[in-house]
Design a protein around this ligand. Sequence first.
Ligand code: TYM
Length: 329
Amino acid sequence: MQTVVSGIRPTGNLHLGNYFGAVKNFLRMQEEYNCYFFIADYHSLTTHPTPSDLHVNVKQVLAEYLACGLDPEKATIYIQSDVPAIAEMSLLMSMNAYLGELERTTSFKDKARKQPENVNAGLLTYPVLMACDILIHHADKVPVGKDQEQNLEMTRKFAGRFNHLYKQEYFKIPQSFNYGEALVKIPGLDGSGKMGKSEGNGIYLVDDPKTLQKKVMKAVTDSGPTEPNAPLTEPIQNLFTLMEVVSTPDTLQFFKDKYASCEIRYGDLKKQLAEDIIKFNTPIREKIEDIKNNDVYLNKVVTMGREKAQANAEKTVKEIREIIGIKRF
Ligand code: TYM
């Protein structure tokens, strides 16, 4: 059976981008593959959260994973820092990652721009740690959104370089994955760009109906199509992209036809979209609240996950140490 690994940083509540870019795939993959889904708390340290925020967010993401339908009986669900072998592997793998290539990654350049007062070494070596998350379990497939494509390329590069350097096919070369084939980029509703925690445009799984309605009704639009079959402008395309994931195909087609015939009323489009998002997220939001209050269950889940993830990770690190030449006489 093929192995799947993916994680989410606990930097806040999960939004629709996280759900449709990643979690939705996790749910189906846990039925078909040997899955490891984790909470990437080491990675969150690259942005220096306060300890209490980090702690709260780890619990929040765990409750959200479970509320979405991740099943600890089917997938191994764990917290990255519960498996210190990942940190050792990251040290070992960093010896074959080069400054130039790390400095050139888009996410490093973005973060260095966004937090110039905190361009720490963890930001630079972020792709090395991420590669280790994936390679430590010998993953075949990694379900992620489009924004992670470059990190996956780096993972493949590091895996291939290790194999080449030590003259063996030790690591598999993992592929990014989405059931819909192309990786997903869920946009924000502020006109352009992706939905993101740090973009401040998140539509969250925990948002109540009133908040959701407000967020959607505030979405940026344009002055409307002026001729039949006009191409979609970016803000309108963004509304349709969200509709594609939360509404029925008939609803989507209805509004696309209205746009094509210049009869569209953006107020109606937004009202429908808000309604469909509320329908989608209400059962999840209710479950999150229930699960968050159940510390005994949450602890049980991550303790179970830690044991399995740790055993697998320690085996890999032991093998890597031997390959590198760290062994007893
Ligand atoms: P993070 O925490 O930023 O996001 C978690 C997942 O959500 C996806 N995502 C999106 N997908 C589509 N549209 C969006 N607007 C959108 N925003 C976020 C991300 O692509 C991701 O799949 N580096 C990773 C965490 C990580 C990881 C790993 C992932 C650490 N180690 C190993 C996979 C495997 C990150 O920052 O994701």
